[in-house]
Design a protein around this ligand. Structure first.
Ligand code: CDP
Length: 261
């Protein structure tokens, strides 16, 4: 039996060969695809498919912050709005905000505030909308990953992208990127948001129990996965930039110059 949050199952989360329910090895991430610039009316956008998760992020701003009493005369507010569509989960989710979506909006706003040069845009708001269209565990990581690509697509100046991935523990094994059953019936979940350029962790949560050694191994696994997520984010932005250059008849950025002896 496995448990996290009180749920138990007879499902064998790790088989005799050490593989998981969907055939992944413990340190294997689900397939990840990112497309930048998918919405015409937003200033920036990104669509992420991560395993069975499907998440859209749209960015508006920097724009005047309303209500005015929320304005900060010294910097921009990064305000994230995470929402799960009612059709995104097995049991229809009641539409509208709840405690969970408030919490996820808050932690994603905080993670993004660390990388955006908010001091460039006093009194403004940068609004980030995350819509989860299909959920299968790990939507906060998928949402944060999508949101930072959407911010870059909007041209918002940032120190770097935030890449995100979770690790956790199921059937006494430290694993990467938990799926739905692993999230429900596993022993722990640690979502991580990482900034590769500065080596900073800007999101870290833990649900469940881990020994200090398991925590270290999980964190290490998640940070390594974030570095892979980062490459997929950058590729999406490069493809977007190249497509825009063709649309606008602008020369594509030159490849890095080779040193000529
Ligand atoms: O999605 P994430 O892992 O970041 O957050 P969670 O609160 O740990 O939720 C795990 C998963 O539970 C979600 O991704 C959904 O698949 C599912 N869930 C659900 O079925 N119904 C809800 N109202 C909330 C979450």
């Amino acid at each position: 039996m496995n448990r996290m949050g009180g749920m138990t199952t007879d499902l064998k989360l790790i088989d005799e060969k050490g593989l998981r329910l969907d055939g992944r090895r413990p340190d294997e991430m689900r397939p990840l695809k990112i497309e930048a610039g998918v919405l015409k009316r937003a200033d920036g956008s990104a669509y992420v498919e991560w395993g069975l998760n499907k998440v859209m992020a749209a960015v508006y701003g920097p724009r005047e912050c309303h209500p005015r009493h929320m304005q900060n005369p010294e910097r921009a507010l990064v305000q994230c709005h995470y929402n799960m569509a009612s059709f995104s989960v097995d049991d229809r989710k009641r539409p509208g905000p709840d405690r969970r979506s408030h919490e996820i909006s808050k932690i994603i706003s905080e993670a993004l505030t660390h990388v955006v040069f908010t001091e460039y845009f006093p009194r403004t708001s940068i609004d980030v909308y995350i819509e989860v269209l299909q959920a299968n565990a790990g939507t906060r990581c998928a949402g944060l990953t999508a949101a930072s690509v959407a911010l870059a697509d909007a041209g918002v100046p940032m120190r770097d992208l935030v890449a995100s991935c979770a690790a956790g523990k199921v059937a006494d094994t430290v694993v990467l990127d938990l799926g739905k059953e692993e999230d429900n019936f596993g022993q722990a979940d640690i979502p991580v948001g990482f900034v590769p350029r500065t080596n900073e962790i800007v999101l870290l949560q833990m649900d469940g129990d881990l020994t200090p050694d398991e925590f270290d191994r999980g964190l290490h696994m998640a940070v390594n996965a974030c570095k892979k997520v980062y490459e997929v984010q950058r590729d999406a932005l490069k493809r977007r930039y190249a497509a825009r250059a063709v649309d606008e008849d602008v020369p594509a950025p030159a490849e890095e110059k080779q040193e000529v002896a």
